[in-house]
Design a binder for this molecule. Structure first.
Ligand SMILES: [Zn+2]
Length: 412
């Protein structure tokens, strides 16, 4: 079922480096007002703080910015039901969520609460991710940090996600005939995206995440969950995993998948809840490793004729505002072909110090948050369990067995 695409070519761009001026950052002024409400894990500055930090570093030009447009109801209905899209619009107008919508669509509760611009804000985030796909089709590399809402289902909100922008961005690339490799780095299983493409052989979904035995969504995402076509790849990780173990898991899996499937584009969900300080995540990864992973994705990605990686990066989870903004800023610098500074200049420090967040003041790593962009590596060995799981995935997954031999042109 998997036809090999063109070989991955690397026209001399070392380590997946990107030429300056080929990246686009897609945001909107509306992310300055808080969504979700003060008592929700997402009621923190995220995209706006990231943009402020990037600007404080002087790391974005007007030509590299794109204002996000709002997705139309018709666009949303390429994945979501008409009833759900209409309910979201109606609740925004009403200023509340009627009981019948709460029950049917899982909205207006603690998990997926009502807030002002309840429809417009997620529709704008989705529009931005679809625009990102269009930018990649047009020859650029794009970052839509308000996107990455990977849990949303066709008729329901799930896990803080209202509209599934990764699905709609991938569908945009599919409409152009492109084969897409989706890589979900969020600490949680990318269940909504996996489910959407389980019958599309033109998409492979890869999710590396906290084992659902101890983490949301509490089902699925196991090594054996490969979907009816074998195009779903899942690597669940044990609690507390640190840099070395994660790097081992990633390095075992990612180059092998990229080489087997040979997509026309990569869509990367870059949720930051795997970072060590994250209050909801239970992995302990440094942003230094996170950036390394992004570099590896760029290195193994297909490229436009001028060498620019065909990569769309989306946001995702991430519940520590400072950890998130530092990480996504470093990601943007890399995508934009700019150097990543070790030390933060005073203007950047001021942006971070202005954030109302005092939960970690006594942590030994906390002062570094304001002086350096990248964390120290988090020490720790590779657990045997991780070696075993990553090895088993390569041995047993249909993508790497039988079919893989045929793809490589060997004997059947
Ligand atoms: Zn998450």
């Amino acid at each position: 079922m998997f036809e090999p695409g063109p070989p991955v070519v690397d026209p001399g761009t070392e380590g997946g480096a990107v030429r300056a001026g080929r990246a686009v950052l897609i945001t909107a002024a509306r992310y300055r007002s808080t969504s979700y409400g003060a008592n929700h894990p997402l009621g923190i500055p995220r995209v706006s703080l990231t943009v402020d930090l990037i600007e404080a570093l002087g790391a974005v030009t007007p030509a590299e910015r794109l204002d996000s447009r709002r997705a139309t109801p018709a666009e949303l209905e390429a994945f979501h039901t008409r009833a759900y899209v209409a309910a979201m619009q109606r609740c925004e107008l009403l200023g509340r969520v009627p009981d019948r919508y709460r029950r049917r669509h899982n909205i207006g509760n603690y998990e997926n609460p009502w807030f002002p611009d309840f429809y417009t804000t997620p529709a704008t985030a989705t529009g931005g991710s679809v625009q990102g796909a269009e930018q990649v089709l047009a020859g650029r590399i794009a970052f839509s940090p308000a996107g990455g809402m990977h849990h949303a289902a066709p008729d329901q909100a799930r896990g803080f996600c209202f509209f599934n922008d990764p699905v709609l961005a991938i569908l945009r690339l599919r409409r152009a005939g492109w084969r897409v490799l989706y890589l979900d780095l969020d600490a949680h299983h990318g269940d909504g995206v996996e489910a959407a493409f389980r019958e599309d052989p033109g998409v492979v979904t890869v999710s590396i995440h906290m084992d659902t035995a101890y983490a949301y969504p509490y089902a699925g995402g196991g090594l054996e969950d490969v979907g009816p076509l074998g195009n779903a790849v899942n690597l669940p990780l044990p609690e507390g995993l640190t840099d070395a173990g994660y790097r081992h898991a990633f390095d075992t899996l990612w180059p092998a998948v990229a080489e087997r499937f040979r997509p026309d584009a990569v869509v990367l969900q870059a949720g930051t809840d795997m970072l060590a300080p994250d209050p909801l995540g239970r992995l302990r990864i440094s942003n230094r490793l996170f950036l390394e992973l992004v570099e590896r994705v760029l290195r193994h990605a297909p490229r436009h004729p001028d060498g620019t990686p065909r990569v769309l990066v989306l946001g995702g989870g991430g519940y520590h505002p400072l950890a998130l903004a530092r990480c996504w800023t470093a990601v943007w610098l890399r995508l934009a072909g700019r150097p990543v500074p070790e030390r933060l200049p005073p203007a950047a420090r001021a942006v971070l110090e202005a954030v109302d967040w005092d939960l970690d003041e006594d942590e030994p790593w906390y002062p570094r948050f304001f002086t350096h962009l990248l964390d120290e590596p988090v020490p720790g060995a590779v657990p045997d369990e991780v070696r075993a799981r990553a090895g088993a995935l390569l041995r047993r997954h249909p993508l790497f067995r039988g079919r893989a031999r045929a793809l490589a042109g060997g004997a059947p």
